[in-house]
Design a protein. Structure first.
Length: 392
């Protein structure tokens, strides 16, 4: 009898402030029956609630809170609360990502190499690459000490799946794979399967890794054949790479002159959908850099922010983007206009170029969580592609 009276009292007495807040937050995420059940268990003191949040910088995203329920007395309720927590987190994240989608591309661009003055176009291209689900490859080639590596490191930090290393493969494993006894160690390419492979100083790539790079960029796998062992490793990657020209620093401006200083054959260059030639900063940019250094301001992407952005990118990967026939014609017209200026470009335009443009356009749409390409997405993609090709 005492137990029943005690339970009755629990049901009648009002909940504390923390439990009320948890229930209020859960009300928009659970159906009526689940919500009432959770409230009953809270009233009976069979569970407790804590409030979690993304913990992001307010300049990046207006943070959201959600409750997590756990039972401290009844183990049989564990599965129920696990299910409720999953429903709540899924709903909260969907709402958060929808709120963030309109400014996601802009904010992720700002989060890439925030300490580097300028290179806004290159940063935006790296942000767009994050949202590609089919191969879109990016090459930053140019003068040393310009911040190219910082862009790679940011892409590596944000991407849900990534690898980062040197083209020289100093670890001994290289880009493909290496055997160690009976164990097969994965290189940078298979380690990034399904994501971004960040390769710094690609111009130092070893001959044994070149075929693997070609295969990964075009076919999505690498082969390992040594000591009687034959393995095919999945390496469906988007390559984000830096490189220095043949003589370390570019001389000249025309495509004809720059081509002669490229450390790669056309067969490799043609696989990149974005190629940006990076030059030393102008006097105006150098002055801004100097002021920033003197002021001692250094911005770092916080771990919570990187986690949120990575989860957003992974969520965007789930979008299957369509391109209607009217916009397809606009892409055809765009390619025709580019073809007229082909002599100004570092690489010839071909079928790979067209395939790449379609993928880039869809990646831009995906960054907005859109499942259909619109004119805004075309405009953003076309502007990026033109800046990569024309360079001036």
């Amino acid at each position: 009898m005492k137990k029943n009276l005690k339970d009755l009292a629990k049901l009648v007495l009002p909940l504390g402030a923390e439990k009320r807040k948890a229930l209020e937050l859960a009300s928009s995420c659970l159906d009526d029956q689940d919500w009432k059940t959770v409230r009953h268990y809270l009233k009976m003191d069979w569970c407790f609630a804590r409030i979690e949040r993304f913990g992001t910088n307010e300049e990046l995203f207006e943070d959201k809170e959600w409750p997590v329920f756990k039972s401290h007395t009844k183990k049989e309720l564990k599965d129920f609360f696990t299910s409720m927590n999953e429903k709540i987190q899924r709903k909260i994240k969907e709402e958060a990502f929808d709120d963030f989608s309109e400014k996601a591309l802009e904010k992720i661009t700002e989060a890439i190499a925030p300490n580097i003055i300028g290179m806004d176009t290159e940063k935006q291209a790296a942000a767009v690459q994050l949202f590609a689900v089919d191969p879109v490859h990016l090459l930053l080639i140019g003068d040393p000490g310009t911040g190219k590596t910082d862009i790679l490191r940011s892409a590596d930090q944000i991407a849900p799946i990534s690898s980062f290393g040197l083209g020289s493969g100093v670890s001994g494993v290289g880009l493909s794979a290496a055997g160690k006894g009976d164990e097969l160690l994965k290189g940078l390419l298979p380690l990034a399967d399904g994501g971004i492979c960040c390769i710094d100083e690609l111009n130092l790539i070893k001959a044994r890794d070149l075929a693997a790079l070609y295969n990964a960029m075009e076919k999505g796998f690498v082969n390992y054949d040594k000591g009687g062992k034959h393995e095919t490793l999945a390496a469906d990657v988007r390559v984000c790479a830096t490189a220095n020209p043949t003589n370390s620093t570019f001389v000249g401006r025309t495509a004809e002159v720059l081509r002669k200083q490229m450390p790669f054959e056309d067969a490799l260059l043609s696989r990149f959908h974005f190629i940006f030639v990076i030059r030393k900063p102008s006097d105006e940019e150098f002055e801004k850099i100097t002021k920033k250094i003197v002021q001692g301001k250094k911005v770092q992407l916080a771990e919570n922010d990187a986690t949120f952005l990575g989860e957003y990118v992974r969520h965007a990967w789930e979008k299957d983007v369509d391109l209607d026939s009217e916009l397809e014609l606009k892409i055809v017209d765009f390619v025709k206009s580019l073809k007229k200026d082909e002599r100004k470009f570092l690489v010839e335009l071909g079928p790979r170029t067209v395939v790449g443009i379609v993928r880039i356009v869809k990646a831009v749409a995906r960054s907005f969580l859109e499942e259909t390409v619109n004119q805004q997405h075309l405009d953003i993609a076309f502007a990026l592609i033109k800046k990569a090709l024309y360079r001036e």
